[in-house]
Design a protein around this ligand. Structure first.
Ligand SMILES: Nc1ncnc2c1ncn2[C@@H]1O[C@H](COP(=O)(O)OP(=O)(O)OP(=O)(O)O)[C@@H](O)[C@H]1O
Length: 219
């Protein structure tokens, strides 16, 4: 049996000494597509942060707040996904004068998210949905062993969101996604983890669950 990518055992998770989740046991294996579900504020982002902190493999992130720099161009924000693959001198050069090959790599992922013509646009001038697509493009450029997405398509229309979510999970061997849409969770996940009342109350293969089972997390 291969070792898990991360294993949390009886962990208390929270912020600034304040516990949000208690008694958390969760291990993530390569190849899984885990969706985290639960009411707003229950601790999905908190759990994602703990998983991120524990994974030693290469991780691409799609944070809930997008994590973009509004004063920089779309190109530069997407390129941030691979900043740690390059040295400081190279990154400074890219900031001032991106090479043609770098532009081409970024344009390829911008095409995928439907922002092919907006590479030079300042992120501060984009709509919410466009910003989310920049964050998705940054993760797609980064690639990696695991993608962690915190409501990664909530700002998109349902059809575009479904397409990009499907694309995202096919680009990474392993995914953990916090979602709000139960049907999307059932379509996307191999495993669903449900949070309620400060802990994990459900951890089961998606194939064994129905929408009715998942609605219980929100009552
Ligand atoms: N960076 C942070 N610093 C301090 N407290 C935080 C931080 N992130 C979340 N919290 C707190 O942790 C608790 C759980 O929030 P969290 O964002 O994990 O929930 P969530 O299930 O992801 O919610 P939502 O679905 O609304 O995004 C909340 O009380 C929130 O205020």
């Amino acid at each position: 049996m291969t070792a898990p990518l991360v294993g949390l055992q009886d962990q208390t998770l929270g912020w600034g000494g304040q516990a949000v989740l208690r008694g958390i046991d969760l291990s993530l294996s390569a190849g899984e597509r885990v969706v985290l579900l639960g009411r707003s504020g229950v601790g999905k982002s908190t759990l994602l942060a703990a998983l991120q902190g524990g994974i030693a493999a290469r991780v691409a992130l799609v944070p809930q707040d997008h994590g973009l720099v509004g004063s920089l161009s779309v190109f530069h924000n997407v390129w941030m996904g691979v900043l740690d693959d390059h040295g400081t001198a190279s990154n400074l050069r890219t900031l001032v004068w991106p090479a043609k090959a770098q532009r081409a790599r970024v344009e390829a992922v911008l095409e995928v998210v439907g922002l092919g013509t907006l590479g030079r646009r300042t992120v501060g001038r984009l709509s919410g949905g466009q910003r989310q697509r920049v964050a998705l493009a940054r993760a797609l450029l980064r690639r990696g062993d695991v993608v962690l997405g915190d409501e990664p398509v909530t700002a998109l229309d349902p059809s575009q969101g479904a397409l990009l979510l499907t694309h995202l999970v096919t680009q990474f061997p392993t995914a953990v996604l916090a979602l709000h849409d139960i049907d999307q969770a059932l379509r996307t996940a191999t495993r669903i983890v449900g949070l309620r009342g400060g802990g994990i109350v459900l951890d089961a293969p998606a194939a064994d669950l129905t929408a009715v089972d998942l609605l219980a997390l929100y009552r």
